[in-house]
Design a protein around this ligand. Structure first.
Ligand code: HEC
Length: 197
């Protein structure tokens, strides 16, 4: 007990100056939203309702990489070939606490080619290069109330904004996704982190 109190006192007196200087620094250099980059990730729309391309999504939380290879899909899979999928970090924290997708959740899916079919580890499908569009889904219970609370967008290589895509995205997700329009049946990372088992 005594020892505890001693340590607390020692700790407090040693961090107090640090705290004070920290406050000074904070006053001199206010931390702007952009300094936090991806930590403040939230969906931005223009007046036409087009989603702005989310910045830094490759630094979000990676949740999985399904692959629909061309050679197993008559050369024409809907989303060729690897799909690298990420959830924004704020929504990831919410998911871990609640097992739910919060309003504002963004999930990005980026396409990567199959680079080769054999490696030192054996035969299989091994990733090549980034090959193009980024698909993004956004949960917004007001904006997308009519499409089960989710909006769907696709960005070409150099597109900064993307208009909402057609009904087909919504329809397939609604019919086949396991939870709240999201294919959690394939996102091992999400299932393992959910408090709802
Ligand atoms: C025919 C069914 C189908 C259609 C149409 C479809 N998707 Fe998906 N989508 C899937 C499946 C299956 C997955 C999960 C496995 C995978 O990525 O292959 C997925 C995953 C996603 C994900 C990752 C998050 C999640 O919901 O699991 C995003 C983002 C996404 N799709 C966006 C789109 C967009 C944008 C469109 C329309 C341009 C679209 N999808 C159309 C079947 C579909």
């Amino acid at each position: 007990m005594l020892q505890h109190r001693f340590f607390r006192k020692a700790l407090l007196s040693s961090i107090a100056p640090l705290l004070l200087s920290g406050m000074l620094v904070a006053q001199i250099t206010p931390v702007s939203a952009s300094d936090h980059g991806h930590h403040k990730a939230h969906a931005k729309f223009n007046k036409a309702g087009e989603l702005a391309r989310p910045a830094n999504f490759r630094e979000w939380v990676f949740i999985g990489a399904p692959v629909t290879p061309k050679d197993m899909n008559n050369d024409k899979p809907a989303f060729p070939e690897f799909h690298y999928v990420y959830i924004d970090p704020v929504s990831w924290v919410h998911w871990k606490k609640t097992g739910e997708f919060r309003d504002g959740t963004m999930i990005a899916k980026e396409l990567v080619s199959v680079g080769s079919k054999s490696s030192a580890s054996g035969s299989g499908y091994f990733p090549g290069d980034y090959v193009g569009p980024v698909a993004v889904s956004v949960k917004d219970t007001k904006r997308f109330a009519k499409s089960s609370n989710w909006g769907y967008f696709v960005f070409g290589d150099d597109k900064a904004q993307s208009a909402a895509t057609d009904e087909s995205c919504v329809a397939c997700h609604k019919t086949n996704a396991a939870k709240d329009m999201v294919f959690t049946q394939y996102w091992t990372v999400l299932r393992a982190a959910s408090p709802k088992k």
